[in-house]
Design a protein around this ligand. Structure first.
Ligand SMILES: Nc1ncnc2c1ncn2[C@@H]1O[C@H](COP(=O)(O)OP(=O)(O)OP(=O)(O)O)[C@@H](O)[C@H]1O
Length: 460
């Protein structure tokens, strides 16, 4: 096939593939591919590195082959070759990194859920299930409510209204309900973002198909609408949604809604809709605490079969404390970088790779990781040495100073500090603390060093 024609075929196939992948996956892995040839039913595709090749073959080949079949009308075999481009700089890795954990396959349940579901619902992310959702103090109630609704739709809370800040798991929880209901009850489920609902309604009006639109939405067993705050200021969509809501509620069908804020804070939301949203249960999701953040990162690493040391997980969890999407993004970026550069994942690499995206430690919030970084730099050793087993004086002394500072400057318990220093016993930490306290009293030079270190640490 000649070059121009091949480029066209590939562009068309890409459009189809794009719909089946998440945006980060597509941007990271597919956009930079180049078709080299299509001869005798064999497509040769060029990608920039081995990592991309593995990813494309493992996670996208079905989508690629399916899409090409639709464009060409026949099957093709896929071959992926590496055509290196200039090595990516650290900053560029961010673009590719997110995809390492992003789903690479089209939503699973669509295939077994019947055509009404397929035409109505947006694709579900196969990874957003209850099994992969980590619970903690911030989301326990929302999770319990979602599970109750998924177990027995329209029998407990109706509607269920979940709200919370950006990237805290609302979509994950909504889709977990959808997966569960599909799997357990085989019901007709529709998951849509408010934007999609609005666009479909506008298109239906334009095409004179409002009746079809209504019937489709009013014939589902469970309707989940994500990001309902986008109804703000859209009068006709509010009107339509009001009728859809009533029809479903009267017919005893389940409605689940998510929003970034509670109903009463959505501006220009009609009173009658607001009061309906408050009929059932309103449940919020709060940012996760440290333990939950660690658990989420561990779960992610385990699901993706990534080996990430505990201290690196704690380092990320300590520094990113509001947005779970960013928490995962940091982990993915680090893993992708380590894999591309063939580097072992450790604290030093994490600090280096993530320095642009991690918020600086808050000036008034001193963390163990911060103390370790400052002390290591001050004494010219590596953070990883502070955590290692070695006992040479060159390392043992800075380590004891760091432990002393952790006890002085943070709320962390002795066992927690020990854990952060290569899993040492709390008695070791106590011993270090007592020893350095005494040395500081007897040695003015050490006293000055410790003071200087404290200032550096507090500066953030
Ligand atoms: N409790 C959790 N356990 C595991 N992963 C989680 C949890 N909460 C959120 N995540 C993950 O964090 C990412 C962001 O979550 P999600 O997209 O559901 O957030 P959101 O609240 O809908 O965000 P937005 O406000 O931007 O729509 C997802 O990859 C999701 O899987």
């Amino acid at each position: 096939m000649v070059k121009g024609e091949l480029a066209e075929v590939w562009a068309e196939a890409l459009q189809l593939i794009e719909r089946q992948l998440t945006r980060p996956s597509y941007e990271a892995w597919l956009r930079n591919t180049r078709p080299l040839s299509l001869e005798d039913g064999r497509l040769v595709l060029a990608v920039p590195n081995q990592f991309a090749r593995d990813w494309v073959l493992e996670r996208c080949s079905t989508a690629i082959v399916d899409s090409l079949r639709r464009v060409l009308g026949h099957d093709v075999r896929l071959e992926v070759v590496v055509e290196p481009q200039p090595a990516p700089a650290a900053g560029q890795v961010a673009a590719t990194s997110e995809a390492a954990l992003a789903p690479g396959t089209p939503a699973g349940p669509a295939a077994d859920a019947g055509s009404s579901w397929r035409t109505l619902s947006q694709p579900l992310n196969p990874k957003y299930t209850f099994e992969t959702f980590v619970t903690g103090s911030g989301n326990r109630l929302a999770h319990a409510a979602a599970l109750a609704v998924a177990e027995a739709p329209a029998r407990t809370y109706n509607p269920l209204f979940i709200y919370g800040g950006v990237g805290l798991g609302k979509t994950h929880l909504m889709q977990a309900v959808a997966h569960h209901v599909l799997r357990k009850h085989g019901s007709r489920v529709a998951y849509v973002s408010c934007e999609t609902f609005t666009n479909e309604m506008i298109n239906a009006i334009r095409d004179g198909k409002t009746l079809e639109f209504r019937n489709r939405y009013r014939n589902v067993d469970v309707l989940l609408v994500d990001d309902i705050q986008f109804l703000a200021g859209k009068e006709s969509t509010q009107e339509e949604f009001f009728h859809t809501f009533n029809a479903l509620h009267e017919a005893n069908r389940q409605i689940v809604i998510s929003s970034d804020r509670p109903p009463k804070e959505i501006p220009t939301l009609e009173e009658r809709l607001r009061s309906r949203f408050e009929w059932g249960l309103i449940s919020d999701i709060q940012p996760p605490d440290f333990e939950t953040r660690v658990a989420i990162l561990r779960k992610k690493a385990q699901l993706e079969k990534l080996r990430v040391p505990d201290d690196v997980i704690a380092f990320i969890a300590e520094r990113i404390d509001t947005n779970i999407r960013e928490l995962e993004g940091a982990l993915i970026r680090l893993v992708a970088f380590a894999s591309l550069t063939n580097h072992e994942i450790d604290l030093d690499l994490a600090a280096e790779v993530l320095k642009d995206i991690l918020p600086p430690p808050r000036a008034n919030k001193v963390t163990i990781a911060r103390i370790q970084e400052v002390v290591a730099e001050y004494y010219g050793v590596k953070v990883r040495d502070l955590k290692a087993r070695r006992r040479t004086r060159a390392i043992a002394f800075p380590r004891q100073v760091a432990m002393y500072l952790c006890r002085e400057l943070t709320e962390a318990s002795l066992p927690r500090i020990g854990e952060e220093f290569g899993g040492r016993d709390h008695t070791t930490v106590l011993h270090a603390y007592e020893k350095i306290s005494q040395d500081v009293r007897n040695d003015p030079q050490l006293g000055r060093q410790v003071k200087e270190l404290m200032e550096l640490i507090r500066k953030g």
